[in-house]
Structure formats: structure tokens, C-alpha cells
Design a protein around this ligand. Structure first.
Ligand code: FNR
Length: 366
């Protein structure tokens, strides 16, 4: 692992190892991939303003998220079908999160089941990402299984009335590889996809699991069947953030789905301040994901008001190069970079990272 010094190194290593169709599925964004690039570039437009001569001996990265203590403000976002990155898939990923003391979010479209993942890492703080199906009974069963297996929150994906257009997947005729399965559903669904001669079978069957009629009323229904806190994942506007809070969500995950849904939407770090401002009167935790690959990215998001950030692809890259060890290595890179940033910026604890610690580059070019 020592040759991977940065998350970028892990990405380069993973891209070399993965088969083309999987590599393209993981790395792609929607259509022209303009927002995909902006998710990274927008971080570069922010400057950190360090404070000097502050005693930083007792620096500390830990924080609390929805009442749970995490060792650092970085968690793992849900990404579908992780066994394509490595045969251990979600199981390796959650074990890495457990060892590192950070949150792991399992996708509805995972290739390991809710129960397998819970059993592999009983002490990990696990969230379950939820796509709400037209058949509410299917959704209810998933939610009750997650609650029973000890998951601590539901990340309700709100940005996917339909799947975004990813051109590489269309070109590659991307489908579920023979060794992979949609493990949260019965074997029938996986068999249907594997047996189909139509290369759009994966797309068609997963689209069937997503309800196009969804409105904020679904939060009320979810709250009637579960006590788990609900985090609205995929918010990009202040008024939507307010609607999420008023509907009863306990958290907001500012996300553009890794730029995979709609191209031309803002980078998430650009959208974050609008959302923080809109919900400032409410008792709500705001998180973000999208384009985070360095400790300074994490720092900038915290300065703009995020309680924590999540990473999606970086965990896939870690998984591809080294299973559990690879994901742990990715997390330790981010931890080291964040520890270094906290000290040199003169903000030894997460609570010290206030808004004045960053400024947009335009303020320096006047
Ligand atoms: C995702 N994402 C995602 N989101 C979700 O709610 N359910 C899902 O099943 C998936 N699946 C998925 C697969 C792949 C390959 C990627 C790259 C992303 C979005 C994910 O949770 C997260 O929002 C982004 O990955 C964050 O951006 P970065 O960290 O990948 O830049």
C-alpha cells in the first residue's frame, strides 16, 4: 500500500486494474461530465486562511453525527455493486469503516445483503441508503430488515426519479457481471437480469425499483414504519432543504450523486452554503459528498458548514487495489491530510473550523 501516497494514486491504480466496463461504470458522470469535473474544480477555487501561533498539540478529529461518535468527519457514501471492484465488495468496505471508526452507508443496489454486511462488521456505524420502490411492501421490508440488523439511519435518495444518462455505460452495454448480484432482493431479480439477452436488463429492472411518483409525503410514511432517522440524500437547493426538514428528516446530505444524475448542476461544495443558510434556524445536521479526495477538501466543506463529508469513488478505488486494507489505506490518507490541515491552519478541533477559515479565490483577485 505504501506506494499509494494520495487518493489520486489509488484512483490511478484502480483504473489500471479494473475491467473496462466496471471502470467506466464507477468513474462516469452524466452526459458531458461537466459537473463531474466541477465537483473537483470548485474545491480548488476555495482558499484556506490559516491562523498562526496557535497551540495545536491536542488536535482532535472526532465529532458526533446523529448522536454517534465518529473518529473523523469522513464517512463512506453508498455505491452500487461493490463486488465488481473486489470479490469481498461491501463486506471489505464495511470492515474498513469499522476499523477506522467511520460511518459506512450500504446501497439498496448492493451486491452484499443488509444482513451479510451487518454480520461482517457488527460494531460499524452503518446507514442504509434507500431507493423507494413503487411496491411499498418491498421498501417496507428493506427498511425493517435494516432496522433489525442494527443500521442507525436511512439515507433516502431524493435525486433519482429516473437514472441519469451515462454514455460510457450505453456504449459498453453495461450489465450485471455474472458473478455479481443485487443481494438485497430475492435471487429472482438477479436471475432475471443474468438470463436476459437484452443488455438494458440491469437498467430496466433497477428503474422498476424506483418510484417516479415520489414526493416529500414519503417521509411521513417512512416515519410511520421506522424509528430510524432519515437523511435526505441529493439536495442541491435551500428551499428543498427546508422541505426536507419540514417533512421530518433529521439530516441533509448535499449531493449531486457523484455528478451521475444531471449534468450542469452545481458542484456540491458550491451548493453547500445555500443549504446551510436556508436551514440555519433548524436543528438539523448537514453533510455533503462529491469530489472529496483530499484532507483540505474535507476541511473546506467543514468550514462552509458541513458536519461531515462522505466519499463514494475513493472507497471503490481503495477496494479495487487492496480490499479492506485498500479502503483503510484510503481513509488513513484522508485522516493524515486532515490532521495536518487542522494543525497548520491553527484549528485543532473540528469545532474550531469556522466559516472565516476559507475564502473564495475571487476575493484575492480584486
Ligand atoms: C453512486 N451513488 C449512489 N448513490 C445512491 O444513493 N445509491 C446508489 O446506489 C449509488 N450508486 C453509486 C454508484 C457509483 C459507481 C457511484 C460513483 C456513485 C452516489 C454516491 O452515493 C455519492 O453521492 C457519490 O459517489 C459522491 O461522489 P464521489 O465521492 O464519488 O465524488
Amino acid at each position: 500500500m505504501d506506494r499509494y501516497i494520495s487518493v489520486k494514486d489509488l484512483e490511478d491504480g484502480a483504473l489500471e486494474l479494473l475491467p473496462k466496463a466496471v471502470r467506466d461504470y464507477y468513474k462516469s458522470g452524466a452526459t458531458e461530465e461537466y459537473t463531474l469535473a466541477e465537483n473537483r474544480r470548485a474545491f480548488q477555487r476555495l482558499r484556506i486562511r490559516p491562523k498562526c501561533m496557535i497551540g495545536v498539540l491536542n488536535y482532535n478529529l472526532s465529532t458526533t453525527v446523529l448522536g454517534e461518535t465518529v473518529t473523523m468527519p469522513v464517512g463512506i457514501s453508498p455505491t452500487a455493486m461493490q463486488r465488481m471492484a473486489h470479490p469481498d465488495g461491501e463486506v471489505a468496505n464495511v470492515k474498513a469503516a469499522e476499523a477506522a471508526g467511520v460511518i459506512y452507508t450500504l446501497s439498496t443496489m448492493a451486491s452484499s445483503s443488509i444482513e451479510e454486511v451487518a454480520k461482517a462488521a457488527p460494531n460499524a456505524i452503518k446507514w442504509f441508503q434507500l431507493y423507494v420502490s413503487c411496491d411499498r411492501q418491498i421498501t417496507k421490508e428493506l427498511v425493517l430488515r435494516a432496522e433489525k440488523a442494527g443500521y442507525k439511519a436511512l439515507a433516502l435518495t431524493v435525486d433519482t426519479p429516473t437514472l441519469g444518462i451515462r454514455r460510457a455505460d450505453i456504449r459498453n452495454k453495461f450489465t450485471l457481471p455474472p458473478h455479481s448480484r443485487l443481494a438485497n432482493f430475492d435471487n429472482l431479480l438477479t436471475a432475471k437480469i443474468h438470463d436476459s439477452v437484452d443488455h438494458r436488463a440491469l437498467y430496466n429492472h433497477t428503474s422498476d425499483l424506483i418510484d417516479k411518483t415520489l414526493t416529500w409525503d414519503v417521509v411521513k410514511w417512512l416515519k410511520s414504519i421506522t424509528k430510524l432517522p432519515i437523511v435526505a440524500k441529493g439536495i442541491l437547493r435551500g428551499d428543498d432543504a427546508v422541505k426536507a426538514v419540514e417533512a421530518g428528516c433529521a439530516g441533509i446530505l448535499v449531493s449531486n450523486h457523484g455528478a451521475r444524475q444531471l449534468d450542469g448542476v452545481p458542484a456540491t461544495i458550491e451548493a453547500l452554503p445555500e443549504i446551510i443558510d436556508a436551514v440555519k434556524e433548524y436543528d438539523i445536521e448537514v453533510f455533503m459528498d462529491g469530489g472529496v479526495t483530499t484532507g483540505t477538501d474535507v476541511y473546506k466543506a467543514l468550514a462552509l458548514g458541513a458536519k461531515m463529508v462522505f466519499v463514494g469513488r475513493p472507497a471503490l478505488w481503495g477496494l479495487a487495489v487492496g480490499a479492506q486494507e485498500g479502503v483503510q489505506h484510503m481513509l488513513s490518507i484522508l485522516r493524515n491530510e486532515l490532521e495536518c490541515t487542522l494543525q497548520i491552519a491553527g484549528t485543532p478541533t473540528v469545532a474550531d473550523i469556522t466559516k472565516d477559515m476559507v475564502r473564495h479565490e475571487s476575493a484575492y483577485s480584486r
